[in-house]
Design a protein around this ligand. Structure first.
Ligand SMILES: Nc1ncnc2c1ncn2[C@@H]1O[C@H](COP(=O)(O)OP(=O)(O)OP(=O)(O)O)[C@@H](O)[C@H]1O
Ligand SMILES: [Mg+2]
Length: 357
C-alpha cells in the first residue's frame, strides 16, 4: 500500500509524463553552464531521443550551438531575476521542423542561489498560424468592402464623364481635340478595367468556368504585355506548345494572374532582361512557370509576399500577389515562389488538369 505522499508523487509523475507540453529540469552548474537533468515523455518524443541519451548532457551539446546559446540566454535571465519568466521562442526539431513555443522558466532558489530551472514549453505554432490566418482574412474582407465601395462610387462619375466625352467627340470638328478625346477615351477604358480588377477582390462576381487552352491564354497575355516589354528591352520567351491538355478555368481571371506575375517580373528586371513563360504537363498536373532574371527577393521578404498591401514599390498597392493567390486557390491550384537575391525569381503555378475539377 502506498501512503498519501507516495500517491501524490505517483500522480504528479503521471501528469509529468502524460502532459503534451514539454517539461524539462535543468541543473545550473554556473552562470554559463547548464545541464539537462530530467525531461518528460513529450520532450523525449519531440527530440526523438531517450532518457539515457539526454540526461546529464550540456544544453548546447544537446541543442547545438545556436539554439543552445539562445536557451542559455534565457536561463541566465531567469537566474539573474530569480523570478519566473515567460516568453515566446522558436526551436527546430528533427522531424517536425520549426515550432513556436510559449515557454515558462521557473528558477528554484536554494540558499539564495538558483540551483535548478524548471521549464514548461507549450507548442503554440498552430494557434499562432490560425491567428495570423484570421488576421489575414480580416484584412482581405476589409479590402473587399473598400474595393466594393470605391468601385461603386467611381462608376457613376465615370459614366457621366464618358457621356460628355462622346458628346464632345460628336459635336467637335477640330482634329487636335479629336485626338485628345481619343486618348481620354482610352484612359477612361483603363480606369474601368482597374475598377473591374478591383471588383474581383470585392465579391464573388459571376464567374464562368470553361475548358480552355492554356497556350492560347498565355499567348494573349504575352501579346498584351509585349509592347511594354519591348520598350524596356525585356525578352519574353515562350516555352510551351499547343498540345497541352485543356484547363478548367475562368480564362479572364487566369489572364489576370499571368499579367500580375509577368508585370512583377518586369518590375524586378527594370530594363534589359529575360522572362521565360513555360507550361508543361507534370504527372496529373499542369505546371506553369514565370522565370525572371531580375533583382530577386531577399529571404526575409519571401514570407511576407502575398500578404495584402505588402509592397516594396513606390507606386505598388501590394495587392497583385494577393489577388493571384485567391484566383489560383479558386482554381484548386497552387502558387509557389522561389527566389535568389540578385539572380532572379521563379513563380510556379500548378493546376489540376482534365475533367473532374
Ligand atoms: N518576380 C519578382 N521579383 C522580385 N520581387 C518580386 C517579384 N514578384 C513580387 N515581388 C515582390 O513582392 C512584392 C509584392 O508584389 P505584389 O504584386 O503583391 O504587389 P506590387 O507589385 O508591389 O504592387 P501591385 O499591387 O501593383 O501589384 C513586390 O513589391 C516585390 O517586392
Ligand atoms: Mg505586382
Amino acid at each position: 500500500m502506498k501512503n498519501g505522499s507516495e500517491l501524490q508523487e505517483a500522480n504528479l509523475d503521471i501528469i509529468f509524463h502524460h502532459i503534451s507540453d514539454l517539461i524539462f529540469q535543468i541543473r545550473v552548474i554556473d552562470v554559463h553552464h547548464y545541464e539537462i537533468e530530467a525531461v518528460n515523455e513529450a520532450y523525449l518524443a519531440s527530440y526523438e531521443t531517450s532518457k539515457e541519451a539526454i540526461s546529464g548532457r550540456r544544453i548546447e551539446d544537446f541543442l547545438g550551438v545556436d539554439q543552445g546559446i539562445q536557451a542559455i540566454k534565457r536561463f541566465q535571465e531567469a537566474m539573474i531575476r530569480k523570478k519566473t519568466i515567460q516568453f515566446e521562442e522558436g526551436y527546430s526539431f528533427p522531424k517536425q521542423g520549426y515550432k513556436l513555443f510559449d515557454i515558462t522558466l521557473v528558477p528554484l532558489v536554494e540558499e539564495g542561489n538558483v540551483s535548478r530551472i524548471i521549464g514548461i514549453a507549450k507548442d503554440i505554432t498552430e494557434k499562432r498560424m490560425n491567428e495570423e490566418h484570421l488576421a489575414q482574412s480580416e484584412k482581405l474582407s476589409i479590402v473587399g468592402q473598400l474595393a466594393a465601395g470605391i468601385a461603386h462610387e467611381l462608376r457613376n462619375p465615370l459614366t457621366s464623364l464618358k457621356g460628355f466625352l462622346k458628346l464632345i467627340q460628336f459635336k467637335n470638328s477640330d482634329q487636335d481635340i479629336d485626338r485628345y478625346a481619343q486618348v481620354m477615351d482610352s484612359e477612361f477604358h483603363r480606369i474601368e478595367q482597374i475598377i473591374d480588377e478591383f471588383l474581383i477582390l470585392a465579391k464573388p462576381t459571376k464567374i464562368n468556368f470553361n475548358y480552355n487552352r492554356i497556350d492560347l491564354i498565355l499567348d494573349e497575355v504575352i501579346e498584351l504585355l509585349s509592347g511594354q516589354a519591348n520598350m524596356k528591352a525585356i525578352i519574353l520567351t515562350k516555352e510551351y506548345h499547343s498540345s497541352l491538355p485543356e484547363i478548367y478555368c475562368e480564362s479572364n481571371q487566369l489572364k489576370q494572374v499571368f499579367i500580375n506575375l509577368i508585370k512583377n517580373a518586369m518590375d524586378a528586371i527594370g530594363e534589359e532582361g529575360e522572362i521565360t513563360i513555360s507550361a508543361r504537363e507534370c504527372n496529373d498536373k499542369l505546371q506553369i512557370r514565370i522565370i525572371d532574371n531580375g533583382s530577386g527577393i531577399p529571404d526575409e521578404e519571401l514570407e511576407k509576399l502575398g500578404s495584402p498591401f505588402f509592397t516594396t514599390k513606390k507606386n505598388g498597392t501590394g495587392l497583385g500577389l494577393t489577388i493571384c493567390k485567391r484566383i489560383v486557390k479558386k482554381h484548386k491550384g497552387n502558387l509557389t515562389i522561389e527566389s535568389n537575391k540578385g539572380k532572379g525569381t521563379i513563380i510556379t503555378l500548378t493546376f489540376p488538369k482534365g475533367v473532374g475539377n
